[in-house]
Design a protein around this ligand. Structure first.
Ligand code: COA
Length: 259
């Protein structure tokens, strides 16, 4: 499929999706969200794709937020619909994808940009990255899951301070907060994500997908994560990947997972 606001490139098991509106600091407008939705589903469906990396084009921004020019004149209903549709099409989709998704944060990740990074399974940042949820400075609150995922990742007090001050933290502070897992030089950002991706790819993609479901269950209200873990654990025993993984171990050879 061809896209105008994103680039999607598949190479050696990794699909790198680059948000490509550098003149607008890769701000997420409706079209970009739709295209990301399509590209993510396409990558998730492709057997050859084992890991997805999401990044921003240029050296300045991952994503500088939702496109403010698109919602500046919205009313209450339109505002609610914007959040609901965005969460459904992109943010919840990313979080619940079967394929692991790494955010490669290459600059500003603000508002919807940080919310996108937070919906990825984990994050790596370049040392020039700046992160924040500045929505209250615009008279609105984060609407793409930021009030829920930021406290999950950094704790309630830090999240409250970041949201209330509308301030930005730098990559080192994000590392100290546990918001990102690694900080590297900008030129090392994609190689680092690819290196982590290649470690992930050695393992069973079927088991990884089950692990994503079990870990995410911890954050779903009314869901018993331990029960989901038991169910997912049990299901693994019926997979060809389990047969191959255990046989390979017992035969002292490297596993070649069919999944
Ligand atoms: N929505 C729409 N356009 C945006 C945008 C956003 N979230 N963020 C940046 N842009 C556009 C700017 O309007 C500008 O476009 P123009 O050249 O046509 O005027 C272009 O991207 C470059 O941004 P600019 O503000 O000139 O860059 P800067 O280096 O001076 O500042 C930021 C960078 C990130 C500090 C600043 O762009 C900013 O504060 N952006 C908004 C962040 C935000 O509030 N996000 C949450 C939205 S809910």
């Amino acid at each position: 499929m061809s896209y105008s606001n994103i680039l999607s490139e598949k190479n050696d098991g990794i699909c790198t999706i680059t948000i490509n509106r550098p003149a607008k600091l890769n701000a997420l407008n409706r079209k970009t969200i739709q295209e990301l939705h399509g590209a993510l589903l396409e990558a998730d469906d492709a057997n050859s794709v084992k890991v997805i990396i999401i990044t921003g084009s240029g050296e300045k921004a991952f994503v500088a937020g939702a496109d403010i020019s698109e919602f500046a004149d919205f009313n209450v209903e339109e505002g609610s619909e914007l959040a609901a549709q965005g969460q459904r099409l992109l943010f919840d989709l990313v979080e619940n994808l079967n394929t692991p998704v790494i955010a490669a944060i290459n600059g500003f990740a603000l508002g919807g940009g940080l919310e996108l990074a937070m919906s990825c399974h984990f994050r790596v940042a370049s040392d020039n990255a700046k992160m924040g949820l500045p929505e209250v400075s615009l008279g609105v609150i984060p609407g793409y899951g930021g009030t829920q995922r930021l406290p999950q990742l950094v704790g309630k007090g830090r999240a409250m301070e970041m949201i209330m001050t509308a301030g930005m933290i730098d990559a080192q502070q994000a590392l100290d907060f546990g918001l990102v897992n690694h900080v590297v030089k900008l030129e090392d950002l994609l190689p680092m994500c690819e290196k982590i991706g290649s470690k992930i790819m050695r393992n069973s993609s079927v088991a990884i997908s089950a692990a994503i479901k079990a870990v995410n269950a911890n954050y779903e209200s009314g869901v018993n994560g331990f029960k989901v873990e038991i169910d997912q654990f049990g299901k693994c025993f019926g997979t060809a990947d389990f047969e191959e993984g255990t046989s390979a171990f017992l035969e002292k050879r490297k596993a070649n997972f069919p999944g």
